[in-house]
Write a protein that binds this ligand. Structure first.
Ligand code: NGO
Length: 529
């Protein structure tokens, strides 16, 4: 009996030893020296991330940030101070004593990480993020935050062990364009709601925010010479509820806030179709000189600017000129989708002229892929929103040199329902669950088109059924991070089960931040409720 007990105890001890010591060494590729595997928690997954031997870095009350880029260190310090409760002093010089420090420096990064990439090295003494430009430091900071415990995203002081695993991450984007589009025309969203979304998309290394500023149901940006556009055209929205618009100062505030998160704003004025709000505001823009009523339904394709009238071009020159002056980014989006009330010849004439107006104001034209029916300027970018990878005009344009941003509606439209039971959203392009959103390759999506024609990807959120930040978040999370990962991470990293596990790690963060995400059934959320 006694002997048996002894044997049992010895076996138990052996099992524990194997479990604690031997198993972790076997269980990872980098196992020598006691290093553990790099945790599968960073979205978008980095190009290369390797665990190092040695202890983690633990942020404590003496940790400082040393940085040669104040904007980025201030962003990080604010988050760390809020959740750790520590002072986290920032010194704007990255070269002093680096013990117990988070160093952010524009020196010494590998050239191949480019202007948006970074190298992060974490070990017992501290963390160093090196980049060639501030945008790269900001991207590295996002990775650092995701390596810290989820409580780091809390705005109030929390108890946690603020450790960053010893590791080396070398990371840079697959595409230079990683966009999020928000329709503020069908339902209007206030400046603070836009800032909230900017903060959320920045976590996933999105670098363009495309604002759909006008549609049949509303005109949302003040244009000096044309006050009725907003006073009348911005007064309602879908369902006929009262709405609003951005003053030029509001718009500047959005642009500046986005820039502080290394996000470039792209303003869209949709034309010649989707213009009922403008046509209702100024009778002279209509071919028959009669202003239609405001529209609060959700049909498309019934409105058109009058292509044959000179006033149309005075109008678009004023609008694009003011937007170009307010917008530091390179692109002005001219829409161009679903102009079913414009004759095909008129459509081609209009799109050709509108591109020239954008170029004359020093910007690069962008439009929905419908514009590939017209002659395109060499620099014009087409955004594909269809569901047919064999779309002939888009493929022909891409082969002729037009750069393409991919937002195929059956993968990248965040307003599609997750499944038939989703209360918000639409189904015209089908339902899009998380794995569908992730399960395509932007590089090979368009049949026979060279991957080099693809500028990047964009996750689009149309707001016919979306009325609040909570609604935005429900549709965007977790699908927006899927599109963000397709835009950032190399094709070789694509793996649906590893992706679902990474997304699971975001759940506790979203809970702490108060993000109203949808707990998609594909994911084993750690604290499902
Ligand atoms: C289409 C249409 C929009 C709708 C959206 C809804 C484009 C580019 N035009 O996408 O007007 O709001 O679908 O999913």
């Amino acid at each position: 009996m006694r002997r048996n007990r002894w044997v049992l105890s010895a076996v138990a001890v052996l099992v524990v030893v194997i479990g604690l010591v031997v198993w972790p060494m076997l269980g990872d590729g980098e196992g020598r020296g006691g290093a553990t595997q790099f945790p599968n928690v960073v979205v978008p997954v980095p190009v290369s991330a390797v665990a190092s031997a040695g202890p983690p870095f633990v942020i404590d009350r003496d940790t400082a940030i040393l940085s040669d880029t104040p904007d980025v260190s201030d962003y990080l310090a604010k988050i760390l101070r809020g959740s750790t409760g520590f002072a986290i002093p920032t010194t704007h010089a990255a070269t002093t004593n680096t013990a117990n420090a988070i160093v952010l420096t524009l020196r010494g990064a590998p050239a191949n990480v480019g202007t948006e990439g970074y190298q992060l090295t974490a070990g017992g003494r501290g963390v160093t993020i090196r980049a060639n430009a501030p945008a790269g430091l900001f991207a590295g900071v996002q990775t650092l935050l995701q390596l810290l415990p989820p409580a780091v995203m809390s705005g109030t002081a929390q108890r946690a062990t603020w450790s960053v695993p010893a590791s080396v991450v070398t990371d840079y984007p697959r595409y230079s364009y990683r966009g999020a589009m928000l329709d503020v025309a069908r339902h209007f969203f206030a400046v603070d709601e836009i800032k909230r979304y900017i903060d959320q998309i920045a976590l996933y290394k999105i670098n363009y925010l495309h604002l759909h500023l006008s549609d049949d149901q509303g005109w949302r940006i003040a244009i000096d010479g044309w006050p009725n556009l907003t006073l009348h055209g911005g007064s309602t929205q879908v369902d006929g509820t009262p709405a609003g618009y951005y003053t030029q100062d509001d718009y500047r505030a959005i642009v500046a806030y986005a820039a502080s998160r290394f996000i470039t704003v792209i303003p869209e004025i949709d034309m010649p179709g989707h213009t009922n709000a403008a046509l209702s505001s100024y009778a002279e823009l209509n071919c028959d000189g009669k202003a239609p009523d405001l529209y609060t339904g959700v049909q498309v394709g019934f409105s058109s600017l009058c292509v044959g009238k000179d006033i149309t071009y005075t109008f678009i020159d004023d609008v694009i000129g003011e937007l170009a002056a307010l917008t530091p980014g390179p692109y002005i989006h001219i829409g161009g989708d679903e102009s079913h009330a414009t004759k095909p010849d008129d459509y081609a004439t209009f799109i050709e002229r509108a591109q020239k107006v954008v170029l004359a104001h020093g910007k690069t034209p962008m439009g929905w892929h419908d514009i590939t029916d017209a002659a395109l300027e060499p620099s014009t970018v087409a955004e594909f929103w269809g569901t047919d990878p064999k779309n002939a005009p888009t493929i022909a344009a891409a082969k002729a040199g037009t750069k393409i941003v991919l937002s195929p509606a059956d993968y990248a439209y965040l307003d599609m329902k997750y499944d038939d039971s989703t209360l918000l959203g639409q189904t015209w392009a089908g339902t899009v669950n998380l794995n569908t959103a992730y399960n395509w390759d932007p590089g090979t999506y368009l049949s026979g088109v060279d991957p080099s024609a693809v500028l990047g990807v964009e996750a689009c959120l149309w707001t016919e059924t979306i009325r609040s930040s909570g609604d935005i978040e429900f549709m965007a999370f977790p699908r927006l991070p899927a599109i963000a990962e397709l835009g950032w991470s190399p094709r070789a990293t694509h793996d649906i089960s590893a992706f679902d596990a990474r997304i699971a790690a975001q759940g506790p963060r979203w809970k702490i931040m108060g993000v109203n995400f949808y707990q998609t059934p594909e994911v084993a959320w750690p604290d499902r409720s």
